[in-house]
Design a protein around this ligand. Structure first.
Ligand SMILES: [Zn+2]
Length: 315
């Protein structure tokens, strides 16, 4: 569970109920036995998408099969872990998703279904999608340029030429809700976002920088606002393609806004009353979905944000 309790639900994509059992990743005999075990469940991941089926209650579930039904490409199988009942889970990376014309299955990405799946299945999917993104973009050795091969059930790439081992990378990014001394929140609109879409500021941590420094630099660069105290709230894996979003509350010590015009087109201070009125009039669209951005705003707002349809999705 995270500290984000404004709506008493855990943050999407952060469920930790599957034991990753990393000590099995190099044990080929164990992996082979796990793969062929009748209770093992396998799903295919391809280009960040999986097959899902809609459920009667408006949710979705992963289309999973026993391993003996799964296509034979064991080189690209990722071992994801074991649940409390002892079920082992694998993802299989394929160039395309298998056809399931006989059943009501459809392809879906994490942004679309991350909030519709059970926490366990969302956790499995975020792990699989993150591995697939990394595998796809790190096929060559960054030390010598040779083609690398997959190892450790998807969690390592090895270089046969120079012996280097490459591990999945995660890029830290900061995302912060800035408030001023009147407890107003600073929300910005990115250049490519539609009119009315406002959210928290965010950016990547740079080399040689602490995350607190990164929060202050990003807010100043994007909105011209000076930040003093910074307090950590929660984190969220965000494999688009490989970020880890580190969520903060940040206290401004200045209030004048000067947007950079490159990343942020417009930024405004909102009181809770301002924001409520802007939601009601339609002037501001509620942030969508599973992102920690919505939860940071909720934490300050003090209650759940209005629901919105499945329109444009922002982080
Ligand atoms: Zn190499």
């Amino acid at each position: 569970m995270t500290e984000l309790d404004a709506t008493s639900k855990p943050l999407s994509l952060t469920y930790a109920g599957v034991d990753r059992a990393a000590h099995h990743r190099l044990d080929e005999a164990w992996l082979a036995a796990a793969w062929s075990h009748p209770t093992t469940r396998v799903f295919v991941v391809s280009g960040g998408q999986v097959l899902v089926e809609d459920t009667a209650d408006g949710g979705a579930e992963l289309v999973m099969t026993p391993a003996f039904d799964a296509p034979e490409t064991e080189q690209h199988r990722y071992f994801l872990g074991i649940d409390a009942e002892g079920v082992r889970y694998f993802a299989l990376q394929k160039d395309t998703l298998p056809g399931r014309m006989d059943e009501p299955a459809r392809p879906a990405g994490l942004r679309e279904v991350g909030g519709l799946l059970s926490p366990l299945e969302a956790g499995l999917m975020v792990h699989a999608v993150a591995l697939e993104n990394w595998q796809r973009m790190h096929r060559f050795c960054s030390r010598c340029g040779e083609r690398t091969v997959i190892a450790a059930a998807g969690h390592i790439r090895r270089c046969p030429a120079c012996g280097a081992e490459h591990y999945p990378r995660t890029d830290p990014a900061v995302i912060m809700l800035v408030t001023d001394d009147e407890d107003r929140a600073l929300l910005g609109r990115q250049v490519h976002w539609p009119e009315g879409r406002f959210s928290t500021l965010a950016g990547f941590v740079e080399p040689g920088e602490s995350i607190e420094q990164s929060v202050r630099r990003e807010v100043f660069e994007e909105a011209g606002v000076i930040v003093g105290d910074v307090s950590y709230v929660a984190s969220q894996p965000w494999p688009f393609p490989s970020s880890l979003m580190l969520g903060f509350m940040a206290q401004a010590t200045s209030s004048e806004i000067q947007v950079d015009g490159e990343e942020i087109h417009e930024a405004r201070w909102f009181s809770r009353e301002d924001l409520r009125a802007a939601f009601e009039s339609g002037e501001v669209l509620p942030p969508y979905g599973i992102s920690i951005a919505a939860r940071l705003i909720e934490l300050w707002y003090g209650k759940p944000l209005p629901k919105q349809g499945t329109a444009a999705v922002v982080r």
